[in-house]
Design a protein around this ligand. Structure first.
Ligand code: C2E
Ligand code: MG
Ligand code: MG
Length: 571
């Protein structure tokens, strides 16, 4: 038995123990030919024992990541009888790379000659990747302190995962500062940098804490909105940012110099998930594309990525913009629909209904724009205008000698919630010399129920003033009898949807009857709205409805037609 085969024998005995090792182990001959590998080696590299035996570790696993010097040093060390320890990146059978720390120990025979080498390898790929990521602590942009593109990508991935699970909408806003190059060339890079810092602060200041503002390129920022209700919502954030940049930026390039102000606009691009892309990762790219189109089309504006998705959103945003202008211009006016006493030709008064002459669209229905006014709280100033305009109209009718009619005005829950509201009403009454009884304020049932406790106090104050309070669209909300009892009310208006199918629809007939008896128990006047047919009217009158309003009797009138409608003044 040669000494080499003796060692071989011994190794075989030990192989049982080596088999179980979790580190991969390679035994080579003294000239580096593999004689044995353990299962952990096969698991790590993909090469079976049979495939490995007879080859050299070098040509089996070489990745090319190390130069010849590495192997030279390795061989020098082990041929000198010393243990080599080093890190090496190798290639698996499937071509992928991994990094391992290998310890190569020479094995000697009794004469002190090297017979074999035993290599124990420890896979450190994961450690190295982690280290690399930690080293690349470039998660943040140095100049602005904002997250950089990598971190944004990371967060986007996280947010997408949640969004998919929870069916949430995400928006990405891409923001470019217009004409920053001009700042650089005119004032120098210092100033350019100061602008970027100021812009970063301004962006951060106009989004929620949960939103990520990142600097993704020279003069480009991205804002990740991980939770938006819809595309329009994201559009409103864009609006806010555009607005924010109408204020000049304060920049100081030098600690001693006076801070300067610079006015710069931004261009914004928006993309939304789901909708614009199934692969959420495209979100940034899409938003960037949209931003470039905003720049091309004249800067200082925002664009959505696709037209389809956002045509609705864009329409709504156009509506929003037009409404903002309508508030400043004189595009609103009021129509007046008469309300009649049931079973009689006598008129009790008018309901003032908001009308809008929208540029390019003609006269548009309040149903299309009142919800937007409510969402944006623009209803508060517009509602105040309605109140004063209707009071002014009533005043002019009184002045013309018409004493009878009263005026019903629709008020939004946001007006009621406004602490100034009672004063506003009081002012309107005194300014136009009207009695509180001349005025009925209609608030929708759903508006009222949205905050019963909060609204009750205001309604009580209005009632004390002497103004009549009416619940509009009654039957569509969820008021309970106990609430109705507590609320300071004078009137209920049965919603049009219940009037539509009576007589004939058993359920609606029953609901109308119930509302009538309920209201009368509570001593409330009942008005039926949307009465279009004689049958509807007959049913309502027979069931004891107090007042009737609808196209059957009169469509809403233009202000100019009121006097004609009222006929000659009562003497
Ligand atoms: P509303 O207060 O229930 O007003 C009644 C609506 O029914 C009015 O629509 C009126 O034109 C319509 N109408 C009246 N009779 C008939 C009928 O026989 N058949 C049909 N199909 N409709 C009839 P309009 O003017 O389009 O107003 C819609 C809603 O917009 C109003 O419903 C009210 O909720 C809101 N609105 C209107 N003006 C104002 C306002 O100044 N402030 C507030 N907050 N909301 C307003
Ligand atoms: Mg109404
Ligand atoms: Mg109504």
């Amino acid at each position: 038995m040669t000494s080499s085969s003796r060692i071989h024998q011994r190794l075989r005995l030990q192989s049982a123990a080596l088999e179980a090792a979790t580190n991969s182990i390679v035994i080579t001959s003294s000239d580096g030919v593999i004689e044995w590998v353990n299962p952990a080696f096969t698991e790590l590299t993909g090469y079976t024992l049979d495939e490995a035996v007879g080859r050299s570790p070098g040509d089996l696993l070489k990745s090319g990541s190390q130069g010849p010097e590495y192997y030279e040093r390795l061989w020098n060390t082990i041929l000198n009888g010393q243990v080599w320890r080093g890190e090496i990146t190798n290639r698996r059978k499937d071509g992928s790379l991994y990094t391992e720390v290998q310890t190569v120990s020479p094995v000697f025979d009794d004469d002190g000659n090297i017979t074999n080498f035993i290599t124990i390898k420890q896979d450190v790929t994961e450690n190295r990747e982690l280290q690399a990521r930690l080293q690349q602590q470039a998660w943040y942009d140095e100049l602005t302190g904002l997250p950089n593109r990598q971190l944004l990508g990371d967060r986007l991935e996280q947010v997408l995962r949640t969004a998919k699970r929870r069916h949430r909408t995400i928006a990405l806003l891409y923001c470019g500062i217009d004409r920053i190059k001009m700042v650089n060339t005119t004032f120098g890079f210092e100033a350019g940098n100061a602008v970027l810092q100021a812009a970063a602060g301004r962006l951060r200041g106009h989004v929620r804490d949960m939103d990520t503002v990142a600097r993704v390129g020279g003069d480009e920022f991205a804002i990740l909105l991980p939770e938006v209700a819809n595309a329009e919502d994201a559009g409103l954030v864009a609006e806010r940012i555009l607005e924010a940049f109408t204020q000049p930026l304060n920049i100081s390039t030098d600690a001693n110099a006076q801070p300067q102000t610079l006015s710069l606009s931004v261009s914004l691009g928006l993309s939304v998930f789901p909708g614009d892309t199934v692969a959420g990762t495209k979100l940034i790219q899409h938003a960037a594309e949209a931003m470039y189109s905003a720049k091309e089309e004249g800067r200082n504006q925002y664009r959505f990525f696709t037209h389809e998705l956002t045509s609705r959103a864009q329409q709504r945003l156009a509506l929003y913009n037009d409404l903002r202008q309508a508030i400043n211009g004189e595009q609103f006016d009021l129509a007046y629909q008469p309300i009649f006493v049931a079973n009689s030709p006598r008129m009790v008064g008018f309901e003032a209904l908001l009308r809008w002459d929208r540029t390019g669209h003609g006269r548009v229905s309040p149903d299309t724009f009142v919800p937007m006014l409510e969402e944006t709280l623009m209803i508060v100033p517009v509602g105040k205008w309605v109140l004063r305009e209707a009071c002014a109209r009533l005043r002019s009718l009184r002045d013309a000698g018409y004493s009878s009619p009263s005026m019903a005005i629709n008020v939004s829950k946001h007006q009621i919630a406004d602490t100034e509201f009672v004063n506003t009403v009081e002012r309107a009454l005194t300014d136009f010399g009207l009695a509180p009884r001349d005025l009925t304020l209609e608030i929708t049932e759903s508006g009222l129920m949205s905050n019963v406790e909060g609204h009750t106090a205001t309604l009580k104050a209005l009632r004390e003033l002497g103004v009549r309070i009416s619940i509009d669209d009654f039957g569509t909300g969820y008021s309970s009898l106990s609430y109705l009892k507590q609320l300071p009310l004078d009137e209920l208006k049965i919603d049009r949807s219940f009037v539509q199918d009576i007589p004939g629809d058993d359920q609606d007939e029953a609901i109308v009857r119930m509302i009538l008896s309920l209201a009368h128990i509570l001593d409330l006047t009942v008005v039926a709205e949307g009465v279009e047919t004689q049958d509807q009217r007959a049913f309502l009158e027979q069931e004891g409805c107090d007042q009737i309003q609808g196209f059957l009797l009169r469509r809403p009138l233009e202000a100019d037609d009121l006097e004609g409608f009222l006929g000659s003044p009562t003497p």
